[in-house]
Each structure stands twice: as C-alpha cells, then as structure tokens.
Design a protein around this ligand. Structure first.
Ligand code: NDP
Length: 339
C-alpha cells in the first residue's frame, strides 16, 4: 500500500449459524487491518452494500448451489465502491466499481473480479439493483425463459421486491396483463399505482389465495415468475393456463424454515396444464449481460421502467437490515449506505 493513512477496516462477521430467521446475535462487528496489495489486487472502499436473499443460504451449513461461509468469516456480498489503491494497471484510484467486497468498509479484491461503473450513466447504487444482478435476473427470467406473448397473463411473486418489481414491468413492456403477489398493501399499491401492474394480491390478507389469484387472472396464468415458492406457488399453480411457463428463480418462503414446508403437492396442475417448468440462475446468462443492461438502461432513460430502493445507513446496521429484508420491510432493492 502506498502512503495513505487508512482507518481500521470495520467488518461484519458471522458469529453463529442462524436457526430459522437470523437474529442480530448471529453477527459480530470487528476491526481488522487492511492487507497490503499483491500484483493484480485492488483496494476498494465500500460505498453501498447489497443485501440479497441468497446470503441466508450461505450462512447455513445445508448443501446449497454455492458454498457456505464459516463462522468468523466476513459475510459475503456485492458492493459498489471506490478504488483507493491498485496493483492492477486497468484500475485507477477514484474509479467506481462493483466488487465482491462482503460486509466490510474496505476490501482487497482481484481486479479481474471488478466491474467498472460509469457514475455519469445512473446513480451508482443502481449497479446493485436495476442495473445489476436483480435487473439481470428479472430480465432473463421474464423475457428469455418465461417468453411472454402479448396478451398473456403473467403472475410475479415477491412483486414488491428488487427482482419482482422489475420482472412485472418487463412483462408489461412485453404487452402482458401483470398480476403481482406481495405481502403488504403498501407494496400492492406501489406496484399498481406507480409501476402499472394490473392487479396485486396481498398473500397475507387474502382469505383464499387460490380464489384471489383466480379472480385476478380470469383466463388463467400463462407465465408464473416465482421468487418465493411454498403455499403461494401452490395457489398460483392451481390457476395455470394451458401450456403455461413456470420460471422458478427463488424459494425465499423456504429459506428460514428449520425443516422444509411439505405444502400441497401441485404437480398435477403441471401435468394437466402441460406446463413447462424451468429453474433459473442468473450467472448462467452472463454472456448476454451487456445486451440486457443496454436495454434496461434505455428503458430507464425513456422513463418506461422505474425502480425503488430501501436504503439503510451504516455498516453496523447491515444485520438488522438483512433481517428486515427477509421479513418484508423493503420496497424494492435493499442497500446499506456505508459511506
Ligand atoms: P426482495 O427484494 O424481493 O426481498 C425479499 C422479499 O421476500 C421480502 O421483501 C418479502 O416480501 C418476501 N418474502 C419473505 N419471506 C416470504 C415468505 N415466507 N413468503 C413470501 N414472500 C416472502 O428480494 P430479491 O428481489 O433480491 O429476491 C427475490 C427472490 O429472487 C429471492 O428468492 C432470491 O433468492 C431470488 N433471486 C434469485 C436469483 C437467481 O439467479 N436465481 C438472483 C436474484 C434473486 P413480502 O413483503 O412480499 O413478503
């Protein structure tokens, strides 16, 4: 490291594995020295931290598609930050980057793992939301896997969240009738009044979810974009139209259960509707990220796509904000403003 006087690096580490819903006691704040840079490494100061549901899976020992973190590790996560020092000739101090920094105020990362962000194109926080992983997830799962046709009825679960808000808007741009499922009247009103969804069902207050979906989708569900799973999906699946497409990109309703929910088994509806069901992981599509980000950017500039952010101040508040996001506090993308 060159001649900077660096403050201590504040980190949020996992102190114990959550059982069920995480609690703030599962995390601990600690200070650590900043390591010196080897060839190819870059020192990044965290400005915004992204909080994402997948992090819950990394905190448990259960086998997942991505490795668990160990007790004592800094919690993993993407951030947008500023380059402070660099031993990678392609990055200079002062540049803004998306970085796999984790929950800490400074991170030393390999330059090859960074994505350069142009702060003149959009607010830098959007590189973690509408112009980042959630935007890409919504884009590819909706348009490339769900393949909605004009006039189709598209149901989006987790509609008020980072991915769901965008997936619904992309389906509207494809000429569809869009019905959201969300957990509060505030989220429902936002999706309807601000984002142009045709209807939103509040799954927490609907007395009969299957009937509420049927009422909102009188011709059945042609495309189901599923970020939650469990009993919500069971109710949607009972309303599938002939040749429906079901895109499963998340199962958040299951992530804090000590044992998986053995809900109503709705495979029969896949059979009778001759549905196509496809799982989705955003990293499989990264060769097309440029195309997607170019298109989403042009929709943003034209005002045909909107986004909202739920921003919590202070790295020390990341655990509570993460728990809040899992509990449904957020409208749109959850971020921690670190500096
Ligand atoms: P969100 O911004 O949607 O935040 C999570 C939301 O999940 C909460 O606000 C809450 O909203 C909802 N939720 C929590 N518990 C339940 C429950 N038991 N039943 C129903 N809804 C619940 O998160 P993201 O947009 O970042 O992610 C949405 C989904 O997409 C997640 O499952 C995530 O893992 C997945 N994902 C998958 C990717 C992939 O590549 N496959 C990439 C990115 C995200 P509410 O108030 O409505 O309950």
């Amino acid at each position: 490291m060159k001649s900077h006087v660096m403050p201590a690096n504040t980190q949020v580490r996992l102190s114990s594995r959550p059982v069920g819903m995480p609690s703030v006691e599962n995390f601990v704040l600690a200070d650590a020295p900043i390591p010196s840079l080897s060839a190819g490494a870059v020192l990044v100061e965290t400005l915004y931290l992204s909080l994402d549901p997948y992090m819950r899976g990394r905190m448990s020992e259960a086998k997942n598609y991505a490795a668990s973190i160990d007790i004592g590790d800094v919690v993993v996560g993407s951030a947008v930050g500023c380059v402070i020092d660099s031993e990678d000739p392609s990055f200079k101090p002062g540049e803004i980057v998306e970085s796999p920094s984790g929950w800490q105020s400074y991170a030393v990362v390999q330059g090859a793992s960074l994505r350069r962000i142009d702060p003149n194109l959009a607010p830098i926080s959007t590189s973690l939301g509408v112009l980042g992983m959630p935007g890409l997830t919504a884009y590819f799962s909706t348009l490339s896997v769900g393949r909605p046709m004009p006039g189709d009825t598209v149901v989006v679960s987790g509609a008020g969240g980072a991915v769901g808000q965008l997936a619904g808007q992309f389906a509207k741009l494809a000429g569809c009738r869009v019905v959201g499922v969300a957990g509060s009247d505030r989220k429902a009103a936002y999706c309807r009044d601000q984002l142009g969804f045709d209807a939103v069902v509040n799954y927490k207050t609907a007395s009969n979810l299957k009937e509420a979906i049927a009422q909102a989708c009188p011709r059945g569900v042609d495309v189901y974009l599923d970020g939650v799973g469990g009993s919500i999906s069971a109710a949607v699946n009972e309303n599938l139209a002939l040749h429906a497409r079901v895109v499963i990109f998340g199962q958040i309703s299951q992530s804090n259960l000590s044992s998986p929910e053995v809900g109503p088994v709705s495979m029969r509806y896949m059979l009778t509707s001759r549905a196509r069901v496809e799982g989705f992981i955003v990293s499989d599509w990264q060769s097309r990220n440029h195309e997607a980000l170019t298109r989403i950017s042009s929709w943003l500039r034209a005002g045909s796509v909107k986004y909202s952010e739920h921003i919590v101040e202070g790295l020390e508040n990341a655990p509570a904000a993460f728990i809040g996001m899992l509990s449904g506090d957020n409208l749109g993308k959850t971020l921690v403003k670190v500096r």
